[in-house]
Design a protein around this ligand. Sequence first.
Ligand code: DC
Length: 235
Amino acid sequence: MPVTHNHVAKVIAIDGPSGSGKSTIAKELAHALNVLYIDTGAMFRALAFIADEKKIILKEGFALNEFLSSLKIEYKLSDSVLIRVNGQDLTERIREHHVSGLASIISQLPSVRKYLLDFQRSLALDKICVMEGRDIGTVVFPDSFCKFFITASVDIRAERRLKQLRENGDTTITLSQIIEDVRLRDETDMNRSVAPLKKAEDALLLDTSNLELKDVIHILSNETKFRAAHLGFNL
Ligand code: DC
């Protein structure tokens, strides 16, 4: 069970589609508030990477359950190691382009979601944190005291993704391919039967298409501090 304070979890839930800027925002917000940052997408990516490496068929069944029970995930071991699975540092590898598609597929499997749900809840047990994903405000911590749903237009999100891939040395993929990928991934993430990507009713919606990062952080950190003060805990 999540730790609660007056029946609220001390988790700042940040959800939204890929490329909305939510990862940068979540990281910066955690830094500004001096609290732990938890990137749940990295967990789906890490599982997808290992499953692919071990040639696990991505569907429910005995093999998948065996695979899940063979895993040891370690999150945020140091500033430079974000995620390790069975001793393998996957911090860099999970950002490879092919992993995005595999992560989207693996994240539709109920047993994978259940496995990571327990892990995600366990990470936030005793501390205030910013947790970023697709279903944090709706499923993982529906009782979180502060929820944000971050979005941006498809074109802007694709341009941001292209820039990121170019920075990581990928020169092959084109903008139109990425726009197609972004659309497809949204479609899958929003229409899967388990924990689909959707805004929690009580989440604050923020479209970052025309906003500067520093302004977004300003809005989010003020809102978070205001709510925390209202509930009687300090940030
Ligand atoms: O945020 P990201 O692109 O690193 O996420 C990778 C994939 O994992 C993406 O297809 C959505 C999925 N995901 C999810 O289903 N639930 C989460 N809480 C986080 C990510």
